[in-house]
Design a protein around this ligand. Structure first.
Ligand code: ACO
Length: 326
């Protein structure tokens, strides 16, 4: 049986750091409130002229270097993003051009904060079906350009980043054990970007009242996120005959510390099993999981044979989990 395996990880965050204290200077909020409610102290913000594809390309290069994979060996590039360079074509195509990956197909996946795990599942399916050997999977976002910096309910949460992995065909029991995808579009307005798609075209009014930016009902999202992430994590464990005790490292979507703690508790995980970096990067949507995975990997936090549980929830709603043996 072919087993899809992650052979390299990489990430990139823009240089500019925006701290809570910086935000205090232009918004009616404060460091203490932000840290207590979200666990976030600072986030990185893309420079003018820096695009999502630039972040994605840098993260990809690092993952390729670790895996020892060259651009022309890549069969497929899948980017999970909701903040692509353009509405279309796909940011994956821009990355394909940047890398010179001339033998690769390329497409984006739109599943908000679950985007990376959705993209990863596409790669896994393609590899396990024998239709690809080496796939580049990326989660990349510039959320700072779709949030309203006058809305204290949302802008304090988000940051910009990219993370990438190389998925290769292998054999044996190391690799992706299972992927699980879920969605519920009946409540999409609890977390979405009203403009600009075909429903809400650019207009003078929308620009004036800033109604095209990301909107969120935080309290409602909080409850559904915890419930859904805990549920899909349990589904993934049960599918593999495992329990929370078998997990060496839980890498959840880094939404905010209260969601992470509540989810981990519901699953039955201890603090030392949970990877957290939301304090330094904020919520970077589709980029949080590959960014955290790369950080943990390079810090030597993951050993061969470790069981990793990746778990995400995002706009749509979408939620997903992946269980893997490193
Ligand atoms: N600074 C100071 N005060 C603020 C701020 C701020 N940045 N934002 C809101 N407040 C005020 C509100 O106006 C409100 O004041 P009021 O009582 O006078 O009306 C008070 O703080 C409490 O507001 P709530 O919205 O009830 O605050 P809550 O405790 O729910 O925290 C938060 C808000 C952090 C957004 C929370 O709802 C949450 O974590 N939601 C999850 C949403 C999330 O993380 N989304 C990310 C995208 S989805 C995902 O990635 C899974």
């Amino acid at each position: 049986m072919i087993r899809a395996r992650i052979t390299g990880t990489g990430s990139y965050v823009p240089e500019k750091v925006l701290t809570n204290l910086d935000i205090e200077k232009f918004l009616d909020t404060n460091d203490e409130w932000i840290r207590a409610r979200t666990g976030i102290s600072e986030r990185h913000i893309a420079a003018d002229g820096e695009q999502t594809s630039d972040l994605a390309t840098r993260a990809a290069e690092r993952a390729m270097e670790m895996a020892g994979v060259s651009a022309d060996e890549i069969d497929l590039i899948v980017v999970g993003t909701i903040t692509g360079d353009y509405p279309w074509p796909a940011t994956a195509c821009v990355v394909q051009a940047n890398l010179g990956a001339k033998n690769a197909g390329a497409f984006d996946v739109s599943a908000a904060c679950s985007g990376f795990l959705y993209a990863l599942s596409c790669a896994v399916d393609r590899v396990e079906a024998g239709r690809a050997q080496k796939v580049l999977v990326i989660g990349a976002e510039i959320l700072s350009r779709i949030v309203n910096w006058e809305d204290r309910n949302t802008c304090i949460l988000f940051g910009d980043a990219a993370g990438a992995v190389i998925v290769e065909a292998g054999e044996g029991d190391r690799g992706i054990l299972s992927t699980h995808l879920h969605a519920d579009g009946t409540q999409l307005e609890l977390l979405y970007q009203p403009g600009f798609g075909t429903k809400n075209l650019p207009s003078v009014e929308a620009l004036k009242d800033k109604s095209y930016f990301l909107e969120m009902q935080g309290n409602e999202v909080f409850k559904v996120a915890v419930r859904s992430m805990a549920s899909v994590a349990k589904i993934a464990l049960e599918a593999n005959g495992m329990t929370a005790e078998d997990v060496d490292l839980f890498i959840p979507h880094q939404a905010n510390i209260r969601i992470l703690n509540a989810t981990a508790k519901k699953i039955g995980l201890k603090d030392e099993q949970v990877y957290i970096n939301v304090d330094r990067f904020g919520n970077t949507s589709g980029a949080t999981i590959p960014l955290a995975l790369d950080e943990a990997n390079r810090a030597g936090r993951i050993k061969e044979g470790d069981i990793l549980l990746l778990d995400a929830f995002g706009g749509g709603f979408t939620w997903a989990a992946t269980l893997l043996r490193w």
